[in-house]
Design a protein around this ligand. Structure first.
Ligand code: 5AD
Ligand code: SF4
Length: 477
């Protein structure tokens, strides 16, 4: 690809590196003098794809844009700056993003001053950046997951110096503590506890796009949670690619069980966390979750596969047996707990028998929710280099069977709620009917219910009258 002066292009080999270098923890973010108020009278729109880490990053992007004097816009149409925060986890996620960027071409044709920026995980990929630079001239700003904090100067170069800015670092990363945040939720908030991932599961691109595991200091996390409590937030979710490895990258090793307990003690009504890896899930964690009423009895426990040989090829570090032992411990210790999972079908050369082993685990665990995917080869990952003899048709059939299996079991589980009264944190009224509200139970079940004069952020008791696969129906009591 043609390199231009000042551009920094992604480098997969660099992104793969892990050293024992200490991570810089930086709290010196300031807006450069020239960029101050550069957004006065201008608007922005952020489109976010992918996981909660991206949602939280978009809140930082919005926070920075607010500080530059921009105002948020409800739509891309009519905005002066559009930023697309992208996801690279599977190819279909990328295709969706490219489709949207393609649609924005029209807006660029109508307004040549429009700045379209692309950031997030796709920007960390060598091949994709090449595609964006060659086929999407409307993209004038490309930056990665490691330099969000440089948005003011990058945007300034685009807007006032007419430059196309491409700045994507492929380093291990650092931790920024004082970036501004514009929270999109008024009563639910995301709290990063760590960045990056060092697990290198063989199918996964995240360790390359988000760098080395970097935990935030416990004192900083607790300070943020306390602030959220003081501002009246009702629910927080602690975020990390692998929260139970929290602290393992720090000198004075801290652990997630201790952090979770300290967070719970602050007293926000609902504390959640995601995602946990079955490998680092400690008994202390289970005990802490069981001990505190405000830690929600809901655990996302990605299985990926129920076959030991496939798990080994995936680099998952657990077996079906050890996974099930952990599952048993969780459901036997935490009252009323719900468990969800992630599963990949069609990993290279997965046999019918191996797929059956996955179904066996699904039947045993009767997940409350499952996110199921067909394996997608991600550039640079070991699994993408494996020869694969399984055709797509077989993979699609497996996915359909897997979905039918977990859906039927989830419906059975939901039916057990009928007649029970549960506490729901209200999200708001439905768009169609102002007397129908929705919200979530402590076990993260979506509830649609009849009620009156309720506000988003209220807790309400709801009697469950009916159950579907993905939601419950009820009435406020
Ligand atoms: N193909 C399919 N699914 C994947 N996931 C991660 N990488 C891939 C891939 N290459 C799934 C895993 C993970 C979830 C976030 O996305 O199940 O837990
Ligand atoms: Fe990807 Fe595995 Fe890290 Fe999860 S734990 S982000 S699946 S490498």
């Amino acid at each position: 690809m043609k390199q231009k002066p000042g551009w920094v292009l992604p480098d997969l080999k660099e992104a793969q590196k892990r050293t024992t270098n200490t991570i810089d923890r930086i709290d010196t973010f300031t807006i450069p003098e020239v960029a101050r108020m550069m957004g006065r009278g201008k608007t922005y729109f952020i489109s976010t794809y992918g996981c909660q880490a991206n949602e939280r990053d978009s809140e930082t992007l919005a926070g920075i844009l607010d500080e530059l004097g921009f105002t948020p816009n409800e739509t891309a149409e009519g905005s002066d700056v559009i930023i697309i925060n992208t996801c690279a986890i599977r190819q279909n996620a990328e295709e969706k993003v490219l489709g949207e960027i393609g649609n924005f071409k029209r807006l660029y044709r109508e307004n040549k001053d429009l700045i379209i920026g692309v950031c997030g995980c796709m920007a960390q990929e060598e091949g994709l950046v090449e595609t964006l630079l060659t086929k999407y001239p409307q993209v004038r700003l490309l930056f990665g997951t490691h330099n969000i904090q440089e948005l003011p100067s990058m945007l300034y170069s685009c807007m006032f110096e007419g430059k196309k800015v491409v700045k994507i670092y492929s380093k291990e990363g650092e931790v920024y503590e004082n970036l501004p945040v514009h929270r999109f939720g008024t009563f639910k908030a995301w709290v990063n506890i760590m960045y990056g991932c060092d697990k290198f599961c063989t199918y996964c691109i995240v360790p390359y796009t988000r760098g080395k595991q970097r935990s935030r200091k416990m004192s900083e996390i607790l300070k943020e949670v306390q602030e959220l409590k003081d501002e009246g937030y009702k629910e927080i979710t602690l975020l990390g690619q692998n929260v139970n490895a929290y602290g393992k990258d720090m000198d004075n090793e801290q652990d997630f069980a201790t952090l979770l307990e300290e967070v719970a003690k602050i007293g926000i009504p609902r504390v959640r966390f995601t995602t946990s890896h079955p490998w680092d899930f400690s008994e202390q964690m289970i005990d802490v979750i069981a001990k505190y009423d405000n830690i929600m009895p809901f655990i996302h426990l990605p299985l990926q596969s129920g076959d030991d040989d496939v798990l080994k090829l995936m680099g998952r570090r657990y077996t079906k047996e050890s996974y099930l032992a952990l599952y048993d411990k969780i459901i036997n210790t935490i009252p009323n707990v719900a468990v969800s999972t992630d599963i990949i079908v069609g990993f290279p050369n997965e046999t019918d028998e191996q797929f059956e082993h996955t179904l066996d685990v699904v039947r045993y665990c009767k997940y409350d929710n499952a996110f199921t995917f067909i394996f997608s080869a991600r550039p640079g990952t070991p699994a993408s280099r494996m020869h694969d003899s399984i055709d797509m048709e077989t993979k699609r059939k497996r996915l359909a069977r897997l979905n039918k299996t977990w859906n039927d079991l989830a419906l059975e589980k939901n039916k057990a709620y009928i007649g029970r009264t549960v506490t729901v944190l209200v999200d708001g009224p439905s768009k169609k009917d102002e007397n129908v509200y929705s919200g979530y139970t402590d076990t993260q079940k979506l509830v649609n219910f009849k009620g009156e004069n309720l506000q988003a952020g209220d807790f309400v008791e709801v009697k469950i009258l009916d159950a579907k696969t993905f939601s419950l129906d009820g009435v406020a009591v």
